[in-house]
Design a protein around this ligand. Structure first.
Ligand SMILES: Cc1cc2nc3c(=O)[nH]c(=O)nc-3n(C[C@H](O)[C@H](O)[C@H](O)COP(=O)(O)OP(=O)(O)OC[C@H]3O[C@@H](n4cnc5c(N)ncnc54)[C@H](O)[C@@H]3O)c2cc1C
Length: 422
């Protein structure tokens, strides 16, 4: 990392934003010998994927997971170098009268009998779920182009009801950060496909290790602490002005700032953003829970928590030796969030444990965590704003790590194609 000292700098490409999209774009260009610089307003790289080290705990800024099955991760990331710590293949479910586990019987054969005992698998619901989720196994290009509908309506249409629907809704709400059923069914199917083909996990050093891996290769091309204030779009070059009075000129500026900042910098309409809160707790005794996400199968009225997990059971490096770490995620609605006390009570119910004595380590509130992804699903949106500016980011593709990386890669490939013809 460097600090920009010169008043004006010249580049072939200037990338604004060192989240996954911007970093992926810049690395591809740099590997092809393009003179590229990345400027980011934050104090470190990563954008929405940051990890705080607090009292020896690794706390991601909002609980999130890395699924190694994402095609962009397979293609562009050295996953072994991240030292992944995997969650179990399934979810724990709190229902009225028991705690059950819905596991993948192939990847968790020792727990397969739990599936039968769960009481969640009424044949009629299983058939409806298969009708709803089955297309997730089709090739992604087919899923993206299939007729789309809102998630809630599409479950109604196949007659998916009962406890299995409650479980699916609770699980998916924690993934797409909305619980009203308005997200695209096809987007849900693309995500489900990833959970079928891969188990999610957490890198040894925290989620920020993912963007950091790309940034390390970029070296001095990345500068943090630089807030871009405005962009003048010319026919041949764009001029970038920073909040502290510096300017840069580039043949192409890639605006990889996230949706809201892209709207204010270059006027691209931002989608509605979904918010989430993560409460991180520690306790003296580890809750006796499998290393899985736990959801509430009793419906959204049961409490605010969409998923909770004993993180230190799945990812021991997230807690200091001998300590335990639990996360509980709840949604933000219109900027409002549930109080930590409510979250704590609900997590105790989910785990079936007494949470008196648990301590809150930290609360992360992320009002702009994910762009909404309504039906019909639109991936690979037009990214060019003018001859000298394009936009990249998860809001231009799918609202995910995969989508951010794909859009960054597309921005880079577009530029490489352009210069190969000039
Ligand atoms: C809590 C949470 C949980 C999530 N869970 C998952 C999950 O489990 N699986 C999954 O696939 N995805 C998940 N996501 C989504 C995923 O993290 C994002 O899709 C992805 O990181 C977006 O990357 P990006 O590069 O598009 O944008 P960002 O990461 O937002 O990067 C934008 C960058 O631009 C910089 N910037 C903004 N304005 C300026 C400016 N004016 N000047 C200079 N720099 C600027 C910002 O500082 C930032 O670094 C989650 C996100 C959050 C927040």
């Amino acid at each position: 990392m460097t600090n920009v000292s010169a008043a004006t700098t010249e580049h072939d490409v200037l990338v604004v934003g060192a989240g996954l999209a911007g970093l992926q774009c810049a690395r591809t260009l740099q590997r092809e010998g393009v003179n590229v610089a990345v400027w980011d307003a934050g104090d470190q790289v990563g954008g929405r994927i940051r990890t705080d080290l607090i009292d020896g705990f690794r706390l991601d800024r909002g609980f999130q997971v890395l699924n190694p099955a994402y095609p962009a991760i397979k293609e562009h990331i050295d996953i072994n170098a991240l030292g992944m710590q995997m969650f179990g293949s399934g979810v724990g479910v709190r229902s009225e009268d028991r705690f059950a586990m819905l596991v993948d019987p192939i990847r968790e054969p020792a727990l397969a009998s739990e599936l039968l005992r769960s009481g969640l698998l009424a044949p009629v619901d299983v058939i409806a779920l298969a009708r709803w989720a089955g297309p997730a196994l089709a090739p992604p290009s087919w899923v993206k182009n299939a007729r789309d509908a809102q998630r809630g309506e599409s479950m109604d249409a196949v007659g998916l009801t009962g406890p299995l629907r409650e479980v699916m809704e609770a699980f998916l709400a924690g993934v797409v950060l909305e619980d009203e059923g308005t997200t695209s069914m096809n987007f849900m199917r693309l995500l489900l496909r990833m959970f079928v083909f891969g188990s999610p996990g957490l890198p040894r050093l925290g989620m920020q290790a993912l963007p950091q891996q790309i940034a390390d290769e970029l070296g001095d091309a990345v500068t943090t602490g630089v807030q871009v204030a405005s962009i003048e779009q010319g026919r041949r070059r764009a001029i970038v002005h920073t909040a502290d009075g510096r300017t840069a000129s580039a043949r192409l500026v890639v605006v990889a700032t996230g949706a809201t900042a892209a709207q204010s910098l270059v006027g691209v309409k931002a989608p509605e953003m979904k918010g989430v809160v993560a409460d991180w707790f520690t306790m003296d005794e580890a809750p006796d829970m499998p290393p899985m996400l736990v959801v509430d199968g009793r419906g959204p009225k049961a409490g605010p928590v969409k998923n909770a997990a004993v993180i230190s059971a799945a990812a021991p490096t997230y807690a200091p030796p001998g300590r335990h770490l639990v996360q509980a995620s709840s949604l933000m609605h219109g900027g409002r969030s549930a109080a930590t006390e409510q979250v704590l009570d609900h997590t105790g119910e989910l785990f079936g444990v007494d949470t008196r004595g648990w301590q809150l380590i930290h609360r992360h509130e992320v009002p702009e965590a994910l762009p909404s992804q309504p039906a019909p699903l639109r991936t690979r949106q037009a990214m060019r704003v003018s001859r000298s500016v394009i936009v990249a980011g998860d809001h231009m593709d799918t609202a995910s790590i995969q989508g951010a990386m794909v859009s960054g890669e597309r921005a880079a490939q577009g530029y490489l194609q352009h210069i190969s013809h000039t």
